[in-house]
Ligand binder design. Structure first.
Ligand code: ASP
Length: 359
């Protein structure tokens, strides 16, 4: 079954560009007759294009378990994130700024497992990871095990822009944030009742599994994890990817997932594509998801959609569940996942913000 989705935006834009080119030639008086074959098969050309795709985590998202009000809230959050990123791209801003802005909106929204809505570790603390990558320069910034950073994605950006390093973690990363005026908050800021209850549920389920308690408890992916991410293409043809997460509920303190691992949960290269992943991080690290999608395109000549699906199948074969979003240097997009749902959205070729949750 095809799990991904690629709108025909590239083809629409090629046709649009071919028409504009013809009009421009007519206006400059340099029009030469265009053969029927050329019209049907316009020659390849560099297309000024922008594109944005976001996700808010993949997992067991069942329609029957979702109230209309909750669904509205999720959709509104995704739309706000798309709008924030798209506004920047429309004004000619960079894909880096657009992905950072979109991810910040989702980090501030308690529905998503990143920033404010981060899940709890087994110790009842919150530890966040994030990364951002510039497809033009292959510069990247990543942060892990943060406890007091309101918007981890902006610290990842700062690490990329100013630290001279690619990855920083824990106290050292937070000290660097403080030195550079990044907002730090008390751990209380990350407390949400829902995430706290998910931790209690998982702890109770674990007790049952080890024979220490009586009742069997059903745990869903919703209780366990989530992540937010964005990928974008700007008008200069530059790609970027950004990912931010609270990780997995009940993880050991110090556990780091795939999101901040460049080449796993986050990757961007102008030569191929930008990728942000979500799912069981351990599997996504082992499958080097982001770089693998890019490598299949670069070295095997696969399309974006084929490469993304191939890599997700590899994750599934290892036993991992999740999904990814990706955009290529032409503006094609794909959003495959192997779970029952993935919070996701993209801007369609007409500039319409599209948000989807279920399969
Ligand atoms: N990939 C994240 C992690 O393992 C969790 C998720 O995306 O659901 O930390």
């Amino acid at each position: 079954m095809k799990l991904s989705r690629t709108p025909n935006c590239f083809f629409a834009i090629v046709l649009f560009s071919a028409a504009s080119l013809a009009t421009a030639q007519e206006q400059s008086g340099s029009a030469k007759p265009v053969s029927k074959r050329e019209v049907d098969h316009p020659p390849p050309m560099r297309i000024p294009n922008i594109g944005l795709v976001i996700h808010g985590g993949a997992g067991t998202i069942e329609r029957s378990k979702m109230t209309p009000e909750r669904e509205r809230e999720y959709r509104a959050g995704l739309e706000r994130a798309l709008a924030a990123g798209y506004e920047i791209l429309k004004k000619g801003g960079s894909s880096l700024d657009a992905t950072e802005a979109a991810v910040r909106v989702l980090e501030d929204d308690p529905h998503f497992n990143a920033g404010r809505g981060s899940v709890f570790t087994s110790a009842g603390t919150n530890e966040m990871d994030a990364a951002i990558m510039d497809g033009h320069t292959l510069n990247a910034g990543a942060v892990a095990s943060l406890k007091h950073i309101k918007n981890p994605i902006s610290l990842a950006r700062l690490v990329m822009d100013k630290s001279g390093h690619v990855m920083m973690d824990g106290e050292g990363a937070e000290a660097f944030a403080r030195e550079n005026g990044i907002e730090l908050v008390d751990q209380k800021y990350f407390f949400t009742q829902e995430r706290w209850e998910a931790l209690q549920k998982i702890k109770a389920a674990e007790k049952h599994r080890t024979g220490a308690a009586g009742k069997k408890i059903r745990i869903t992916d919703q209780d366990r994890h989530g992540t937010v991410g964005a990928v974008a293409l700007d008008k200069n043809g530059n790609l970027a990817a950004a990912t931010s997460t609270g990780g997995t509920t009940n993880k050991r303190p110090g556990r780091v997932g795939d999101s901040p691992v460049i080449g796993a949960g986050t990757y961007a290269s102008n030569a191929t594509c930008a990728v942000s992943a979500t799912g069981d991080g351990e599997y996504f690290i082992r499958a080097t998801v982001g770089h693998d999608v890019s490598a299949l395109m670069e070295y095997r000549g696969m399309s974006l959609e084929e490469a993304a699906q191939t890599v997700l199948d590899k994750v599934a074969k290892l036993g991992g569940a999740g999904g990814l979003i990706a955009i290529d240097h032409r503006g094609n997009i794909t959003l495959p996942f192997n779970t029952s749902g993935m919070y996701r959205g993209y801007v369609d070729p007409n500039g319409k913000l599209v948000v989807e949750i279920y399969r």
